[in-house]
Every structure is written in C-alpha cells, then in structure tokens.
Design a protein around this ligand. Structure first.
Ligand code: 5RP
Length: 262
C-alpha cells in the first residue's frame, strides 16, 4: 500500500510510473537496476499483464532479469535485441547537463553498455539525486580482480592530476568479502567529493589497465524524470530543452504495492 511507502519510495514510484508511459507497444527496452528501476519493471509488468503491452526487455543485471521474468516481461539479451528503442534506469546523481554517477548497485558496466546501445536513455530519480556538481556520491569503478591493488594505486596516482577534492579509494565489500559484479569483477569506490571535470575523469580512468568501466555517464542520458514524495513529477529533456510538470495519482489498492521484495 502506498500509505506504507516512505516519501522517497513514493518519489521513486511516481518517476518510474511516469517513465513507463514512454514505453510503446513493440519497443525493445533496456531495464535498469536498483530500487527505482525495480518500480519501473513492476509498472511495465502490470502494463504487459493488464493492457497487453508487448515489449522485449533487456535487463542490466541478474536481479533485474529475475524481477522482469517474475512480472511477465519477455526478457532477451542485448545481442538478441541488437539495438534498443529506450533504456530507463535510475542514477545515484545527475547534474544540470544530465551527466550521471551510476553504479551504486554495482551494475554500471551492463548499464552503460545497454544505455549506449539505445536511441534514448531516460533516468528516473527522486529529487534528492540532483546535484550542482557530481562527486558527493562515491564514484564506482569496476576493476578486474587480478592485480586490483595495483589498479587502485594507479587510480590514486591518476587522481592527483585531476580536478577533484577527495582522493581516497575503497574496495566495495559485501559482508566480509569483496563485492562481486555480474561479470565477476570488483568495485572500487572513489571518494572524490567534487568532480570538476567529469568528462576528463571518465576518459582518463578508462585508460588505466585493470579498469573495466567507470560510473560516469557523460552525454548518454537524454531525459530525466524526477519524482517528488507528494506525487509531483518533472520531466526534463536535455535535447529539446523542455521541462514538463505533472502529478501522478496513487491507487491505494494497487497490486504493485503488495508483495514487495526489492
Ligand atoms: C545500479 C545503479 C542504480 O541505478 C543507482 O544506484 C540508483 O539506485 P536506486 O534507484 O536504488 O537509488 O546505478 O548500479
């Protein structure tokens, strides 16, 4: 029931609900990872079940794939889909140019591949994800396990010449062991506080041996749908330069709010 949802979950839900309306019959859709993207997957599942929406979904993680199948979305691989009409995903931070930090859920590699293979990328987020300058959220960088400590040292050396405030780098843990991504890699979190030149940093990080991909999404996102706890939604389109405001109504008895597992 929505009555039991926190304002932040309501914000995530309304952003996801609004973005689900952008999905049209027959589309091939990239399905993001995280709690906001999980709302989207549930909304699309409901549209498949109740409205006969036919889509092919390309998940960006094993957990999104599981949820998508559970709610009745046809799941295909990116190679089967070839190219996507639309990808909808969450973000950890977005700035005024719709550049992003992603990877809080350790899925940044598949997320970046899928978003880049799409005509459009739409980010869904609660209003708290908007920042003036990226970097308060630690920047996730996926590295291969072989020699990861050497890779970390190379990253630390590289950061000295970058326009950032903090420079500490930590290995993401899951309990007592390093977190492992869907590709079997590790995540290093870069505590930078402020990233003065995200474009430059994204390019430089990917030159370091051992780095697979970084969580900076530069010039990839086309639209952001921002949700608020009171049901308001704002959609910004960076290409069109438009801003639309809307309000989504909740149905207290909505099936979407029962049996929540994410
Ligand atoms: C996963 C991501 C997520 O999109 C990001 O962490 C946002 O998650 P949430 O919607 O749960 O706040 O990048 O790798």
């Amino acid at each position: 029931m929505t009555g039991e949802l926190s304002p932040i979950d309501k914000a995530k839900f309304v952003a996801a609900r609004r973005a689900a309306d952008m999905v049209e019959d027959g589309m091939r859709v990239g399905l993001g990872t995280g709690s906001t993207a999980a709302w989207l997957v549930r909304c699309l599942g409901e549209m498949v079940r109740d409205n006969g929406l036919r889509i092919k979904g390309v998940p960006t993680s094993t957990r999104t794939a599981e949820l998508a199948r559970e709610v009745g979305i046809e799941v295909v691989s990116l190679d089967q889909a070839g190219w996507l009409d639309l990808t909808i995903d969450g973000a950890d931070e977005f700035d005024g140019d719709l550049n992003l930090i992603k990877g809080g859920g350790a899925a940044l590699l598949q997320e970046k591949i899928v978003a880049t293979a799409s005509d459009q990328m739409v980010v869904i987020a609660d209003a708290g994800k908007e920042v003036e300058t990226l970097g308060a959220f630690p920047l996730p960088v996926e590295v291969i396990p072989f020699g990861w400590q050497t890779t970390r040292s190379l990253i630390e050396e590289t950061l000295v010449a970058m326009d950032v405030l903090g420079r500490s780098v930590t290995l993401r843990m899951k309990g007592e062991a390093p977190a492992i991504t869907d590709e079997g890699n590790h995540i290093l979190d870069l505590h930078l506080q402020r990233i003065g030149n995200p474009r430059q940093l994204a390019l430089v990080l990917n030159q370091i041996p051992g780095v697979v991909e970084n969580g900076l999404f530069i010039d990839i996102c086309d639209r952001v749908v921002i949700g608020f706890g009171d049901g308001r939604v704002e959609t910004r389109d960076i290409n069109e330069g438009t801003i639309e405001q809307d309000r989504m109504e909740f149905a207290e008895s909505d099936n979407l709010f029962s049996d929540l597992t994410d």
